[in-house]
Design a protein around this ligand. Structure first.
Ligand code: OOG
Ligand code: MG
Length: 259
């Protein structure tokens, strides 16, 4: 059977729904290019919407050097967030629904205005932000051992799993986001740290990048949407029994347990 975008979208959603990791799609479909991979991503979104999920925003992936080095890919990407990916504060990682979850600290924007590329700069992007929050993304690649190429991970909705946002929301003008730091603790031990500058020099640069990427595809970032700007540090595994804490300078602390 030959590959096409519908087959790829089905295969990735089935891997997710059955918690079965798989080899990279590009092993079987080496011609999968970036544009087709985004079309696969959009097809998986359509299938999520058809089963009753709603878009709540977007995420960026691979925006920091730490993430790019770990994954061996230095091109940032965007993906979709739906309400089914929202993890309530204090809820444990739903291990029975995920394959091999990893947690990463992120700076999250809640949009007040519509943002449509091309030509969006960090300054215009930040002016469209209503509030800034700390967050933890729980990524969960459908690919075995998180091994993938750029088209693979784009098709796989950038390893989307779950995400949590913190209770503290500040207007962007109250923060120096390049200097906003996060400290990641695993079971009470410091595991990693970074500042917002790790994310494309400034998280607003990541937001601008997302607006321009969506603009290229005729889409826009809508008011009320959440934007996860990308892991500031490498992700840490969250197996059952693990507790991850993320402490931000001004955006509060979040705690996540592996259940
Ligand atoms: C890709 C997902 C990347 C981020 O914040 O960089 C991502 C992966 O690491 O599996 O969510
Ligand atoms: Mg992420």
């Amino acid at each position: 059977m030959t590959w096409d975008l519908v087959r790829a979208a089905r295969a990735l959603l089935e891997a997710e729904d059955t918690r079965t990791d798989r080899g990279p799609i590009t092993d079987e479909w080496p011609d999968l290019d970036l544009d087709t991979a985004y079309a696969v991503q959009d097809e998986t979104l359509q299938r999520r919407l058809n089963r009753g999920e709603h878009i709540v925003g977007i995420k960026l992936g691979l925006t920091s050097r730490a993430k790019q080095q770990r994954m061996g890919i230095d091109v940032p990407l965007t993906a979709w967030l739906t309400d089914a990916m929202l993890l309530p504060a204090d809820a444990p990682v739903p291990q029975d629904q995920l394959i091999h979850p990893r947690a990463e600290p992120e700076i999250v924007f809640v949009m007040k205005d519509r943002l449509a590329g091309p030509g969006v700069t960090a300054a215009t992007a930040l002016a469209a932000v209503g509030s800034v929050h700390g967050g933890i993304e729980v990524i969960d690649s459908r690919y075995r051992d998180f091994r993938f190429t750029l088209p693979d991970v784009v098709a796989d909705n950038s390893s989307s799993g779950r995400f949590v946002t913190g209770p503290v929301g500040l207007p962007p003008e109250k923060l120096d986001l390049a200097m906003e730091a996060c400290l990641v603790e695993v079971d009470g031990q410091v595991a990693d740290s970074a500042t917002g500058a790790a994310v494309q020099g400034h998280p607003a640069e990541a937001l601008a990048l997302a607006a321009n990427e969506l603009g290229r595809r005729g889409l826009a970032i809508e008011p009320g949407w959440l934007v996860l700007t990308g892991g500031m540090t490498d992700a840490v595994p969250v197996p059952p029994g693990t507790t991850v804490a993320v402490h931000f300078t001004h955006l509060g602390s979040l705690h996540l347990t592996g259940g």
